[in-house]
Design a protein around this ligand. Sequence first.
Ligand code: C5P
Ligand code: MG
Length: 160
Amino acid sequence: MSEYRAGTGWDVHRLVPGRPLILGGVTVPFELGLEGHSDADVLAHAVTDAILGAAALGDIGQHFPPSDARWKGADSLIFLKHALELARAAGFELVNIDSTIILERPKLKDYRERIRQSLAGATGMELTSVSVKFKTAEGVGPVGEGKSAEARAVVMLRRG
Ligand code: C5P
Ligand code: MG
C-alpha cells in the first residue's frame, strides 16, 4: 500500500535593479531581478518548501539559513535537490510538481518549456509531471505594482 503526501510551498521576493531574474533555474531577461541572499529564485524556493512540507522535514530556512555565508548567491536548484535527497532518504519519491509564478511583468509564457525542463532536470522527473503556470496580480497589491514576485507550489510524494 502506497502512502501519498501532499505539500505546499509559497515564497515572495522583491524586484530590484541590478539583479538577475532567475525562475526555476532559468534566467529571464528583464530590467529588474529578485533580491535575496541566494540567487532569490522564488519558484525554486516554493517547490523546495513544498517537498520539505510533504515529507514534514521543516522548511528551507531551517536547512539553508540566510545567515550562512555558504548560501550567498547560491544556485537555488541546490536547495531543491537537497530537499529531494532528504525526502528520498525518508523513503519518498516525487510524483508531480504543480506551480504558479505571480509576476506582473515580464510575460513568462515563452519561458514555460525552459523552466519546466530545468525543474525536470533538477528533480529527475518526466516533463509531463512538471507544471509551471503564470499569473499577473491584475495591477493590485505589491505584486501588481511590480514591486515583487510570488510563487506557489504543490507537490505529491509517494512512499512504498
Ligand atoms: O494574470 P492573467 O490571468 O491576466 O494572465 C493571463 C495569462 O498570461 C496567463 O495564463 C499566462 O499564460 C500569461 N502570463 C505570462 N506571464 C506573466 C503573467 C501571465 O505569460 N507574468
Ligand atoms: Mg525565497
